[in-house]
Design a protein around this ligand. Structure first.
Ligand code: X90
Length: 287
C-alpha cells in the first residue's frame, strides 16, 4: 500500500521521496521574473532581487494539476495546506482530491487546513510523517491530526508587511501599519487564519516579552517548537534562548523560510510554531 503526505511550499520542508513527502510549489512573480518555490529555487538570490525590485509582484497557489501529479497512484493521502483564510491552496487541493477519487475510488484522502503557515504548518507535517510510521489506521491518524491542529499556534515578528498589503491580503487597518518604519509587528495567526497583529514594538526585547506572555496564555509548557526565519538566524537564536529560559524543556528546531514565506514575511521575519495545551478555536470560513 502506498501512502503519501503532501503539502504546499509554505511548509519549510522540501520533497523527500524516502519519507513519502512531496512539496507542491507556489509561484512568486514580478514584472521581470517568475520564481517557482521548489527545491531548485535559490531563496537567497530571490531575497536579494527583491531588495532592489521596486515594481509590483504577486503570488499564485499551486494549481490542481500539480497536486494531482504528486498524488502519484497512492492509496492513502494526507494533504496539509496553508491557511484558506488568505490563500486558494486549500481550495485547489480539494478539487484535486475530488478528481483523484473519480479515478481511484478506493483511495483515502484527507485534507487538513492549518489556518496557518510556515512553522506551524511544518509542525503538522512532521507530526503526520511520524504518524504514518505507526501501525495506526488512516482514520485513527486523521483524528489525531485534527486534534493536533487545534493545539498548535503561530506567532511571528515582522519588520515589514509591504508585500502582504500590496497583495490585498490584510485589512486596511493592518495595512496602515506598514507605513511605520523601524517597528516590529508582533502577531499571531487569527482563529480564521488571517494575520492578526498583537502589538507594535520599537525594540525586539518588547516583542520577546509579548511572545512569552502569549505562550503562557496559550498554555504552552515546553513542547515542540519550530522557528522559521527569513535570513535572520541571529534573531531566531535569540527567540530560541528566550523560550528556553522560560520553558527549559522545549524542543526547538530552526528552519530557513522557503520562497513564499520569505516573500510575505520579508527580510528579517520570524515565525514561531508551538504545541500548546489550550485548544485554539479554528474557524473554517471558506469550505
Ligand atoms: O498566492 C497565494 O495563494 C499566497 C497567499 C498568501 C500567503 C501568505 C504567506 C504568509 C507568510 C507571513 C506572516 C504570518 C501571517 C499569518 C497568517 C496565517 C508568513
Amino acid at each position: 500500500m502506498k501512502v503519501k503526505v503532501l503539502s504546499d511550499s509554505s511548509c519549510d520542508l522540501l520533497s523527500d521521496e524516502k519519507m513519502g513527502f512531496s512539496s507542491v510549489p507556489f509561484n512568486i512573480t514580478t514584472n521581470e521574473k517568475n520564481y517557482v518555490d521548489d527545491q531548485n529555487l535559490d531563496v537567497e538570490a530571490m531575497i536579494n532581487d527583491f531588495k532592489k525590485y521596486k515594481g509590483r509582484s504577486t503570488t499564485a497557489c499551486p494549481g490542481v494539476g500539480l497536486w494531482l501529479n504528486e498524488m502519484d497512484g497512492a492509496d492513502e493521502i494526507y494533504i496539509i495546506t496553508m491557511t484558506s483564510g488568505i490563500s486558494g491552496t486549500f481550495n485547489s487541493a480539494s478539487i484535486a482530491k475530488e478528481m483523484y477519487l473519480e479515478e481511484h475510488s478506493n483511495a483515502k484522502i484527507a485534507i487538513f487546513d492549518t489556518l496557518s503557515t510556515a512553522a506551524e504548518e511544518t509542525l503538522v507535517v512532521e507530526k503526520v510523517l511520524e504518524l504514518i510510521k505507526t501501525s495506526n489506521t488512516f482514520e485513527e491518524n486523521c483524528k489525531i491530526i485534527e486534534d493536533y491542529i487545534k493545539h498548535t499556534r503561530l506567532f511571528f515578528t515582522l519588520e515589514s508587511i509591504k508585500n502582504f498589503a500590496q497583495n490585498g491580503r490584510v485589512s486596511k487597518a493592518v495595512a496602515s501599519l506598514v507605513s511605520i518604519l523601524g517597528i516590529t509587528i508582533f502577531g499571531t495567526a487569527s482563529h480564521e487564519g488571517t494575520l492578526e497583529p498583537i502589538s507594535k514594538c520599537m525594540k525586539y526585547k518588547q516583542a520577546l516579552k509579548s511572545l512569552i506572555e502569549n505562550l503562557n496564555e496559550a498554555g504552552f509548557d515546553g513542547g515542540k517548537v519550530i522557528i522559521t526565519h527569513v535570513k535572520n538566524e541571529n534573531k531566531a537564536l535569540l527567540v530560541k534562548d528566550e523560550i528556553l529560559k522560560h520553558f527549559p524543556t522545549s524542543e526547538i528546531k530552526i528552519y530557513k523560510a522557503r520562497g513564499l514565506c520569505s516573500y510575505y514575511a520579508e527580510l528579517g521575519g520570524i515565525l514561531i510554531g508551538v504545541e500548546c495545551k489550550n485548544e485554539y478555536e479554528k474557524i473554517f470560513k471558506n469550505h
